[in-house]
Design a protein around this ligand. Sequence first.
Ligand SMILES: C[S@@+](CC[C@H](N)C(=O)[O-])C[C@H]1O[C@@H](n2cnc3c(N)ncnc32)[C@H](O)[C@@H]1O
Length: 384
Amino acid sequence: MTPGARAQAAILCLDAIEGGTPAEKVLTNWARGARYAGSRDRAAVRDLVFDILRRWWSVAIRGGGTTGRARMIGYLREIGGLEGVFDVDPYGPGPLTDVEQAGGRRPEGREALDWPEWLWPELDRSLGPEAEPVARAMRDRAPVFLRANPLKTNRDAAIEQLAAEGITARAHPLSPTAIEVIDRTRAIPGSHAFHQGLIEIQDAASQAVIDRLPPVTGLRVLDFCAGGGGKTLALAAHRPARLHAHDKFRDRMKDLLTRATRAGAGVKVVNTPDPCGYDLVLADAPCSGSGAWRRQPHGKISMNDSGLEALLKRQDEVLSASACYVAPGGYLAYATCSIFDAENGDRVAAFLESHPEFRLIDAHRFTPLDGGDGFYIAILQLSP
Ligand SMILES: C[S@@+](CC[C@H](N)C(=O)[O-])C[C@H]1O[C@@H](n2cnc3c(N)ncnc32)[C@H](O)[C@@H]1O
């Protein structure tokens, strides 16, 4: 596909997203119908759509409208790529009209930060002076991070193996296992390093969250919201005495055991965890994902008041439900990939009010300014 044809495909996808269809669904539908598109084309269209989702409001201002076409114009104006896309090939978007040529303006003040208007108060309350820098950072793509798997290798050896496969990567300071991929990121899933279980794809802050837990080695551990198992595998690398993975929606763990086998990780999937049976329970709760909106930018444009309210309720439920699996003297770790106090410190405070037998011993928030996604981790201890 030509650059113009890719832009036109992205424009149609953006219109469907504006119409209310989730971005992933729109891209899947488009790819199904576009048999002529190769994998590079699909990746390029996806990148365009995601880049524009991250800058959803400012590109509309620059482009002079909220259609996919206007947003594309605004985006290309911002990055300086308008030339050579409109009216250069029959599969691309038609020529710019006089109105389009004259339309649009520079976004002013916070307009240029592409943060949802209704969420500014919560971002300001949560991050104070970091609110604007974090919002700005969320306009750009996130780096691709890997976790070196200590069950099979060490970080330097993993980086060397990647280099031998033509993938440039370097150590990242957020975690002793974190590796940042510099180029050929799309080659990772097909690499030997990946298939041999030397590396996992995992955000650096997600790894740092696990590093902040009490020493896991030798503990009985429950990952209460295991999902796809990203954190389960990172926990396994610390060699707990026993590691159980659980999720209310068992289907979400369907790949977990395959991943664990590849990683050489010992983990058992359980439907019913043992009451009071764990020295450490990790509750990686469902959340807005606001810390990871660089990777899933559709969340930034689709989250609303009632959706957030519903999440707060679920987070309270997860905290209460997970607490009964903690053994006396054991730890309950509450984590989210949100940067909002409403989902983090406020939930912990509400939990402690109704569970005075727990005390808070540590809490930390990561933001994209640390390099990885935004995450929160609080560690609570149950009295003996
Ligand atoms: C943030 S995701 C977990 C991500 C996962 N830990 C990882 O690192 O890949 C949250 C998970 O919590 C699960 N969940 C939601 N409500 C739950 C509940 N009441 N009890 C247990 N798990 C729940 C969801 O199915 C989802 O898989």
